[in-house]
Structures are given as C-alpha cells and as structure tokens.
Design a protein around this ligand. Sequence first.
Ligand code: GUN
Length: 289
Amino acid sequence: MESVASIIDGKKISDEIRDEIRQRVEGLQSKTGVTPGLAVVLVGENEASQIYVRNKGKACENVGIQSFQHTLPEDTPQEVLAHLVAQLNQDPNVHGILVQLPLPKALASFDVVAAITPEKDVDGFHPVNVGNLVTGREGFRSCTPFGIMKMLEYIKFELKGKDAVIIGRSNIVGKPMGMMLLEKNATVTYCHSKTHDLAKKIKAADLVVAAVGVPELVKGEWIKEGAVVIDVGMNRDTAGKLVGDVEFGAASSRAAYITPVPGGVGPMTITMLLYNTVRSAYRFAGQPF
Ligand code: GUN
C-alpha cells in the first residue's frame, strides 16, 4: 500500500508561535511601557512586494507590534533611501527595520542593507548578522530558513548526521539554510542550476529543501522513501495555479513529511520576522527574552 506523507501545517505552527509572540508583546508593554515597532520600507511598485509589505503590516497589527510603513517612488535616489535608514536607525520606537527586496535596479541593495544597524536588522541580511550565523554566534537569523528550522523542530526531526540537500543558493534562503542545518549537525549539500545529476543527489537525501523558484522542478520519484520535504517555492504554473518547486502529489506518496504550497513555509517567514522584532524590542528595553 502506498503511504502518504504527513502535511507540515505552516499556518497552524505559525498561529501557535504568534500566540506566544502576542503574549511577549503584552508582557513587555506591561513591564516597561515599550511597544515593539517594525519599520517596513518599500521602494517602487513591484506587485509581489506590495502584497508582502501589506501582509507584514497586518501581521504586526495582529500581534500588537507597531508597524511603520514607508513607501517611496521607483526613482528614489540612493541618498534619500540612505537618509531614511539613518533616521530609522536612530528612532527609539523602531526596533526592527526591513527594506523590502528586490530594490529597483538603480539602487545598490547591499549598501542599503549594510546601512541598517545590525541591532535592528530583523531580516538577518546585514553582513554582521550573516557573519554571526556562519560563526555560530547570536544574531538575527534570516526569517525563511529560521522558520524552516522551527518546522523541523515541531515535527521533532533529528538532524544529527542526516543528509540534507538544499536546492538554491540565494543569500535569503539557500545559503543561510545550509548554515543552520550544519549548526544542527546535518551533512549539507548545496545544489543549484549548475549541479550535475540533481536527481541522484535528491534521491540520497533525508531532507530536501527546495528554494529555486522553478515550478515542480523536483520530481516526486526522486524523493527517498521517508524523507522530509520542505518546499519554499511560490510559482505560477502555465494555468496560473500557485505551485511549489516540488511535484507535491507524487512527492507526497514517498515522503514522511511535506510542506504544502501555499500554507507551508510562507506563513512561517512572517512569523519569524515578528519574532525577531519582538526579540529586538526586549533587547533595547534591557529585558531578558
Ligand atoms: N523579498 C523576498 N523575501 C524577503 C524577505 O524576507 N525580506 C525582505 N526584506 N525582502 C524580501
């Protein structure tokens, strides 16, 4: 008989963590009068970014975090954006700063991110926070891989000695994901567009994290029986349906656990952003988190 994978319900796990976050927000307010604040900066009119930013604002409100939204035109000069970031760095009501990526081509994203004070870099993109991750020190962790670690913890997946294959090497997901898995003693293989025989690598994996942005690139038949499959993809197929980077149906008949798209990794990313913001507020208020 064919087995069917258990679904890792990102919405449910998210809701549980958001309940904890709400309590932490109330706890900080009652003890110190401080309300955690997140500044979100959107430059230009990228439609997906507008949706993400709106969702982040709503999610903040929902747990009692103050949200400060700054929307700037597409042709904003680098200096204007740098000036705004400098102001937010100084603002005592702002504990987290997020500059939505991608920025318009004319802007130097690295310089903008590097201008955020690492203490407010709740995205975990600043080189100091990236360095802290790589060297195993405390710091803000990139929200998507951080959320995936929480999901793996939730299903009690023991990473020690496991073979983990990551498909995708972005600075936001793939690269930090590998570091976090390594920190938990997994054996990590990074795959990408130049990888030879992707199928062979995936067939040997106890854990597959797909973060490439290619609809259903990972075939169900490549999944090892009993593997855990995490799908970060959010793609439209030719019919306009939202699909992940993994062939969900076929992979489900082999995997032990799998994340759906939507309702898997997506909700976790915003939840970890809220978590990082509240943690930052506690730190600024001198309170143990
Ligand atoms: N663009 C896509 N994902 C992210 C994210 O997690 N943070 C920011 N700032 N921009 C993004």
